[in-house]
Write a protein that binds this ligand. Structure first.
Ligand code: ZN
Length: 414
């Protein structure tokens, strides 16, 4: 799902560097040593920043063999910028407030009550430079991370069995991408690009419910019948029927499609959005001058989702010649270009106007795997977490991660 990863060489370099110093957590994270619940997952919490302003208590940096504790007084900040691949650190707690320079591209940062640019962060962080910008990566025990995913992905007043099903799915996905991206700088984004991870304060009651859902399912993941870990996708609202991963992203991974009668009849999940031809041309073919002649949609009879879109352009200089197909996209690529939050799903119909298109659709998200709104309804009907999961992943089996740890392959079909 993500494309802009750091290459293996970068990560190897990082561990060469920290091997000289004292950053045991990072080293442990690279190896996936120990029981599943003690493993560390690397979560990119902030990215592409010009500078970061750090507030917190007892904050310290760890740069190769140097250990540099910095006390940040209240109301003061440390500012870090990037210059020629190096960190320029302005420590306002020092009287002369001179900049100090630390070599890049990595800096480990620890402390408590850390805020970066006003956003609360976990206590164990990696600051890295990529393309002269700063990324922040949090290192977290996997089960702690899952509590933040529950808080980010689901309203915590939903049924406990639904929350538990979400916890198992989020754990299976996380374990799967930790294997896939073991050599990358970070395993997951903290956004919907992977799983939404919320670290900001929530009420004690909500936190208790998220913790319970994670704790009661500790170490549990879904496997296929051959004991291979399943990369479990999920989405907000299927609009009536879930999708096959192959239809959404291409590739060879096929998933079951199931019907959600509740989502089919849910009038609240309908949406309507308008795009002018000019707007479509700009977003789809990056050409302000281009004029769209028409779009053609290929719809699947099975689930009424748009599988492919062809964009025909009127060429200014050749008005009388044949119209060309300028771009041909998958339904998911079309959604990506127009905005995932605007064109909420590929389950839509369209209406042509003189200068644009209305899209009328149902559901929210790619439609693959567990449907959160459907899972809520199943939980309300009294189904337990495994029964909910059986509905969305009919062939899946519930296993402890230690049972399938030795298997290096992930499931190709479920
Ligand atoms: Zn659904």
């Amino acid at each position: 799902m993500l494309k802009n990863f750091y290459q293996i060489q970068v990560f190897a370099f990082l561990f060469t560097m920290i091997g000289i110093g004292h950053a045991p957590n990072l080293a442990q994270a690279s190896e996936n040593i120990g029981p599943a619940h003690e493993r560390l997952i690397r979560v990119r919490t902030l990215s592409h920043l010009k500078e970061i302003n750090i507030e917190g208590a007892g904050v310290s940096f760890n740069q190769i063999s140097k250990f540099m504790p910095v006390a940040i007084p209240r109301q003061k900040k440390i500012k870090i910028q990037v210059q020629d691949g190096q960190f320029v650190i302005n420590d306002f707690s020092k009287q002369d407030s001179k900049n100090s320079v630390q070599p890049g591209p990595f800096l480990s940062l620890k402390g408590s009550d850390i805020h970066i640019n006003g956003i609360p962060q976990p206590q164990d962080l990696l600051i890295s430079i990529a393309n002269q910008k700063i990324d922040v990566v949090a290192l977290l025990p996997l089960e702690n991370y899952l509590v933040g995913v529950l808080a980010g992905e689901m309203p915590l007043h939903w049924p406990m069995e639904t929350l538990k099903a979400q916890a198992i799915v989020a754990r299976s996905y996380a374990q799967s991408v930790m294997k896939e991206r073991a050599k990358k700088l970070f395993h997951v984004e903290s956004s919907f690009m992977d799983q939404v991870f919320k670290f900001s304060k929530i009420s004690d009651e909500k936190r208790r419910r998220a913790q319970q859902a994670v704790f009661d399912t500790q170490g549990l993941v879904l496997s296929d019948p051959e004991m291979r870990l399943v990369k479990t996708f999920f989405h907000s609202d299927c609009g009536g029927q879930t999708s096959n991963a192959k239809d959404v992203w291409g590739g060879s991974v096929a998933t079951e499609t199931v019907t959600d009668s509740y989502c089919q009849n849910n009038k609240n999940s309908g949406w309507k959005v308008y795009f002018s031809d000019q707007d479509i041309a700009q977003r789809l073919i990056s050409n302000k001058k281009a004029k769209i002649d028409r779009l053609e949609f290929v719809q699947s009879l099975k689930d009424q989702r748009v599988k492919a879109v062809k964009i025909y352009q009127v060429k200014e200089a050749q008005k009388n010649s044949e119209k060309d197909i300028v771009v041909s996209l998958s339904g998911n690529q079309f959604r990506e270009k127009l905005g995932y939050g605007i064109l909420r799903s590929t389950k839509f119909k369209f209406q042509r106007t003189s200068a644009g298109y209305y899209f009328m659709g149902q559901g929210y998200g790619h439609g693959v795997g567990l449907c959160q709104h459907g899972a809520r309804r199943l939980g309300e009907r009294g189904l337990n977490a495994m029964e909910i999961l059986k509905h969305y992943y009919p062939q899946a089996k519930l296993k402890d991660i230690s049972q399938i740890d030795s298997m290096s392959r992930t499931a190709q079909k479920l």
